[in-house]
Each structure stands twice: as C-alpha cells, then as structure tokens.
Design a protein around this ligand. Structure first.
Ligand code: ZN
Ligand code: ZN
Length: 188
C-alpha cells in the first residue's frame, strides 16, 4: 500500500459493532482534524478479566496494547463493549495513558438511562464519541478543564457526560494545536 497511514488508529477488542467504529472514526477525524484508520482488533478479552470483580482491567488492557502494538499510528484508541475498571474505582467509561500512546473506551455503561432502560442510539453514540475524544486528549497531554463547554471537563456520571459538548474549548484547542506543532503531525 502506498497510502500513508492515519495518525490515530481505532482498534476493537472483543465484540464491537462496526457501526460504532465508523461513528468514532468520523467524529474523531472531524474534531481532531487528523486522519483516522479503523484497524484489525484482537478477538479475546479473556486475559484482562478479573473474576473477583467480574469486570475487565482497563490498565492491563492499556499496558498490553502498549507492549504489543507495532503499527505506525501515533495514537491508538482501543474500543471494548465489556465493563472495565481501574483498581481505585468501581468502574470507568474510559482510561488513557497521559502523554502516552494508548486510550480506551468502553461502551458497556453508555447506553443506560438514569430512570432505567436505555437511551436512544444517537445519545449512546454521542457518549461513546465524547469519552473517546476526552481520553485521546489525555494521550496528547491535555488535563481536565474547568470550562463548562469543553470535552475535557471531568465527568463522574452519565449526567456529567451528557452535560458537556464533544468539542474542545478555545484554551484546550490551543493546547492541542501546540502539541500538533511540536509533534509535527499531519493534519487533514
Ligand atoms: Zn479525563
Ligand atoms: Zn477546555
């Protein structure tokens, strides 16, 4: 292939619906202004399963991906549909290596409605995109932002997540642009 590879690669681990990967790719490409590829994933999540918690360990997934991944992409977003945790928290929607290469999003809890049942698909997809954009930004060194209208606002619940937008505030956008310049990234 003579086509240049993208800057960000999206990698499903275990069963993830192709439509979710496509929506992630389109939205990340639009918000980050960077070329995105959907890559072949890994079938099994078994080695990341914690039987005591009946959940999958987000940190182990990130470490594994970091050690094994040999693709040319600058950043990798792993996508899972199972429930993930980090040791100090009950669950997380996503996790990332700050200033690292790997980010992770789990779709598992993102279709829930506070009154019970599920939200409509559009809301479900929007939440997945927000978590992915937020976590990827951590890999570019961005930290949490106090601005209400910023995807880098910290969220501790689905209500928080629904509150903020999928894009960056001017300050965070400027930080990101600065990182692009330093990394000499190929934008769209
Ligand atoms: Zn965060
Ligand atoms: Zn911000």
């Amino acid at each position: 292939m003579d086509r240049k590879s993208g800057v960000i690669g999206i990698v499903p681990i275990g069963e993830v619906k192709p439509v979710i990967l496509k929506i992630l790719a389109a939205n990340i490409q639009a918000v980050y202004n960077l070329p995105v590829d959907i890559l072949d994933g890994r079938k099994s999540l078994r080695k990341f399963f914690n039987p005591t918690r009946n959940q999958y360990n987000a940190l182990t997934i990130l470490q594994h991906m970091d050690r094994r991944w040999r693709q040319p992409h600058e950043r990798i977003l792993a996508v899972v549909s199972v429930d993930i945790f980090i040791p100090i928290l009950t669950y997380v929607f996503g996790e990332a290596q700050v200033n690292g290469k790997m980010a992770l999003v789990s779709t598992y809890r993102l279709n829930r409605r506070s009154g019970g049942g599920n939200v409509k698909p559009a809301r479900f997809y929007e939440r997945i995109v927000k978590v992915a954009i937020h976590e990827l930004a951590h890999t570019f060194g961005l930290v949490h932002c106090r601005e209400n209208h910023c995807v880098m606002r910290a969220s501790y619940s689905l209500k928080d997540l629904d509150y903020y937008p999928i894009y960056f505030c001017d300050y965070c956008q400027a930080m990101l642009d600065d990182v692009y310049r330093r990394m000499n990234l190929r934008t769209l």
